[in-house]
Design a protein around this ligand. Structure first.
Ligand code: ATP
Ligand code: MG
Length: 296
């Protein structure tokens, strides 16, 4: 597929860049003057995705493989003056398409800070963050939101589900933000719920579901947009061992069968062994970076 074709097919390119500020009516441009539309975020995908969907994975044979994520010297300093905290002190980290990475390390070592920057929820004080060919530091706030919405899925420890809303509607929500029609939303949300093993539970509200089931709803919500990467901050932190293993089986399946890249923070070695690679943080730096045998 030619780059020009991609531009027409890639939904991200068709989303008005001012959608986060509907009242401004202004199309935002990046610091370099280019909108996200011109950025080669997509590529042809062995894992397909849907028609008109931002493809999940790069590339065609022979093409130069760009890492999905590349941090270079990423530094994050919180606070000002004497009260500063260096949460990240120069992180170099490359994650390729299709990897399953566990991020580990003591409390306060910078794992969540790193995840928040990966997920475009925070920006580094120094250093560069490349997402495929895109220098995220050059994007405007709205463009980062688009990147997040179209290419990234999030799973949090606390599930963050809407409590009076059915599982199905919770999962539909990210598609609603993207402007998908009711029929498409329903169909894709049903499919995502089935993928995480919740067929038949669509109409239940979070209060009527167990912790493990709620986390599955949260995973379904994260994958319903067909993201390139799933970012999970302690996805099993609230679950007992049996339930945690079930969630890890779901994540492993998504990585293996759907080709979704997964970056997961965990404190538990038992969960980290499901990943193919373990990155250990200490004092805002990468202390070690090793491949696992992996349980896949
Ligand atoms: N918004 C903030 N303002 C000021 N300091 C912060 C902020 N967020 C994090 N920090 C500090 O940055 C450091 C790293 O925090 P971070 O949350 O990334 O650690 P973590 O590795 O995720 O820890 P945990 O395992 O406890 O979740 C800590 O010293 C923390 O106090
Ligand atoms: Mg944390």
């Amino acid at each position: 597929m030619m780059a020009g074709d991609r531009d027409q097919n890639d939904r991200a390119t068709q989303v008005p860049l001012s959608e986060d500020s509907p009242h401004s009516g202004r199309e935002e441009k990046g610091a370099t003057g280019y909108p996200l539309a011109g950025v080669p975020l997509s590529g042809s995908s062995p894992h397909g995705g849907r028609e008109g969907e931002a493809p999940r994975a790069l590339p065609v044979e022979g093409a130069t493989q760009v890492p999905l994520i590349a941090f270079k010297g990423v530094t994050k300093i919180y606070g000002m003056g004497n009260a500063t905290v260096a949460a990240l002190r120069g992180i170099d980290l490359c994650i390729d398409e299709g990897e399953f990475v566990a991020i580990m390390g003591p409390s306060g070592s910078g794992k969540s800070t790193c995840m928040n920057i990966l997920g475009c929820l925070d920006t580094p004080t120094a250093g560069t963050y490349m997402f495929r060919d895109v220098d995220v530091g050059m994007l405007t706030r709205n463009q980062r939101a688009l990147l997040r919405r179209h290419y990234q899925g999030f799973i949090f420890q606390g599930y963050n589900l809407l409590s009076r809303t059915s599982a199905l509607e919770n999962v539909e929500l990210p598609l609603l933000y993207r402007g998908a029609g009711a029929h498409e939303r329903r169909e894709r949300a049903m499919e995502a719920l089935e993928t995480v093993g919740l067929k038949g539970w669509e109409s239940h509200t979070p209060g009527e579901l167990s912790g493990g089931q709620q986390q599955r709803v949260a995973i379904a919500r994260a994958i319903v947009t067909n993201p390139a990467v799933l970012l999970a901050d302690e996805p099993t932190g609230n679950l007992d061992t049996a339930r945690s293993r079930e969630i890890m089986d779901v994540l492993t399946g998504l990585n293996r069968d759907e080709g979704i890249t997964i970056v997961m923070i965990t404190h538990e070695q038992d969960m980290a062994v499901y990943a193919k690679r373990q990155v250990h943080f200490r004092d805002g730096k990468v202390e070690s970076d090793e491949l696992n045998g992996g349980k896949v």
